[in-house]
Design a protein around this ligand. Sequence first.
Ligand SMILES: Nc1ncnc2c1ncn2[C@@H]1O[C@H](COP(=O)(O)OP(=O)(O)O)[C@@H](O)[C@H]1O
Ligand SMILES: [Mg+2]
Length: 304
Amino acid sequence: MKIAILSKGPGNYSTKRIKEEALKRGHEVRIINYGLCEARIQANNPIVIYKDKTLEGFDAIIPRIASSYTRYGTAIVRQFEMQGVFSTASSIAIVRSRDKLRAMQLLARAGVGVPKTIFSRGAGDIDRLMEELNGPPIIIKLASGTHGRGVVLAETKKAAKSVIQSFYLMDQEGTNILLQEYVEESAGTDMRAFVVGGKVVASMKRQNLSVDEFRSNLHQGGEGSSIKLTDEERKVAVKAARAMGLSICGVDLMRSKRGPLVLEVNSSPGFGIEQVTGRNVAEKIIEYVEQNAKQRPRKDKVGA
Ligand SMILES: Nc1ncnc2c1ncn2[C@@H]1O[C@H](COP(=O)(O)OP(=O)(O)O)[C@@H](O)[C@H]1O
Ligand SMILES: [Mg+2]
């Protein structure tokens, strides 16, 4: 097969690993910097131009779209979709996954446990908000943040009120804000389940050992270790992936008294999990492409 990896970083570990496994399995692979692609919009002939040439003949694309490039990157993915090229993540599902509010709504609708979350336009009745979220403390989150940036732990009512107010200044520029219950039981810890084609193929725990940090993101100093998920956790991860319309994704979960709660679903999950768990995730992805690329792209049924 001829496979394109849409990535801005040919040197990224994830990109390199996907390429390596694809080559190993006898495929032709090309890494394409989607930031340099152009889409030609014309009747009945959707074209992508890259380095002055038309890209042609791909059987599949594997999008690895950076969150700062969501709009541009998904437009290029969409152009490939218009050509009928198989994609491991549809443009609409990628967009969906980049909005934590939309994701929470879809997950909750599907019956997936999520932290209690409130979306509102103001901190007017702070007492009621606190009561509903069992705070303080509460978590305040930008709907479009990544790597732990944009997640605040407000430890007092006063802090919560002023942070909410400051965040709403930004809201005017188009960023939604979520207020969330603080899942105290697993403070500083979360779990990442890597889902490929309806199965969890690797899982790890991320833990931040610093007493000054509540976020477990590797970018915030969290450390990964292998973990065996319970059957329930595995089921929840797979259900979350389906609810988001993503066949390949990283589902972040926390353990709580109410059972597993999903924090978010990543459409371009990192491959650090391979190093932590020793699992060959890249190979699973190429196998998935082999098994699915020949079929007609599935219609997105999420409907939101
Ligand atoms: N409701 C919460 N309760 C406790 N910790 C949380 C909560 N939400 C997020 N965190 C912590 O903050 C980290 C980042 O939050 P997350 O929603 O995954 O945003 P990001 O996309 O920036 O990773 C999580 O990995 C977790 O450690
Ligand atoms: Mg996260």
